[in-house]
Design a protein around this ligand. Structure first.
Ligand code: GLU
Length: 304
């Protein structure tokens, strides 16, 4: 099958289609982007690579980074992390506080902000040089040394991060944050501020298409079982309150971010990343969702 032709054809169709989405504005610096940007990058386990449009342009990956922080914490602490957070879809928005009260400060899953903040706290407790170690982890996964945090984005988010500040302090009140909330939040904002291109994202997620093995370094990052579990979590919780719809329409594990990026994984086969900054009302890339639905339909390569 010729993936490049399928991707090219769908890219052209979706590029021309009406986009009803809006660029995220609650982090002011995120508005500083060309709203018409659109890029795709496909990386297969068998070395086939194909990119089109703005696939080499670095953008703010925001919550896509939650997969990296979860993977690093899981590799360091193993199953113990599940004493601190759950594995169920929340059915609420990504920054909701509601369930934390009745759940006694245990976030429903690692992909809502509350869960990612607990994961950030775990990394701080485990790694003396956490800012550097996390970056090295992502650089190794991608095989790209230039990947970095964006101070501009992190500062911009910190200045208006009232909900995340509330979440972190609320979880701390239940005893499920070990470190100083301000330190945890600073690192959380740094993690969200990572800038990567679709090409870098696809290549860095290949370990999840490869049973936990990083093909760039030949290192086993996660066990097969851990890799399966992260894919399962992406399938059930990766798209905020639209995870069911993504499974229904696209049929792949994946993770989105409010910067307009989506990464989807076909375990054993390939990774595909899409970037288009205008978001639908659920906070997922409008064109990204459209593209991926058409892609798995036309290529007939979803996991179902
Ligand atoms: N840094 C963003 C926040 O915490 C991430 C949101 C997202 O991409 O889902 O609000």
């Amino acid at each position: 099958m010729s993936f490049d032709l399928i991707i090219q054809d769908i890219y052209n169709q979706v590029k021309e289609a009406q986009d009803n989405g809006k660029v995220a504005s609650y982090i002011p610096e995120l508005l500083n982007v060309n709203p018409e940007s659109f890029g795709i990058y496909f990386s297969a386990n068998n070395q086939v690579r194909y990119g089109i449009g703005d696939c080499g342009y670095k953008f703010s990956i925001q919550s896509v980074s939650k997969v990296f922080s979860l993977s690093l914490a899981y590799s360091l602490k193993g199953e113990d992390i599940w004493n601190r957070l759950g594995v169920e879809p929340s059915g609420t928005s990504y920054n909701s506080l509601i369930q934390l009260e009745t759940d006694h400060g245990i976030p429903r899953n690692p992909f809502i902000n509350a869960g990612a903040i607990v994961i950030t706290d775990i990394l701080i407790s485990c790694l003396p040089n956490y800012r550097h170690d996390f970056l090295e982890f992502v650089r190794k996964l991608s095989g790209v040394k230039s990947i970095n945090y964006s101070a501009k984005i992190a500062v911009s988010e910190k200045a208006v991060g009232y909900r995340n500040i509330a979440l972190c302090n609320f979880i701390k009140s239940f005893g499920n944050i070990e470190n100083n909330p301000e330190e945890v939040l600073d690192f959380y904002f740094d993690i969200c501020s990572l800038e990567m291109s679709c090409e870098e994202l696809s290549n860095s997620f290949l370990f999840l298409a490869n049973q936990g093995l990083n093909p760039h370094s030949n290192e086993q990052v996660l066990t097969k079982s851990q890799s399966k579990r992260i894919n399962a979590l992406m399938q059930t919780c990766g798209f905020y309150d639209e995870s069911g719809e993504f499974a229904f329409k696209v049929g792949l594990p994946g993770k989105s971010g409010v910067g307009g990026g989506i990464v989807a994984v076909h375990p054993g086969e390939y990774v595909i990343s899409v970037w288009s900054p205008k978001l639908n009302e659920k906070g997922n890339s409008f064109k990204g969702m459209q593209f991926l639905e058409k892609f798995t339909t036309e290529s007939r390569l979803s996991i179902f």
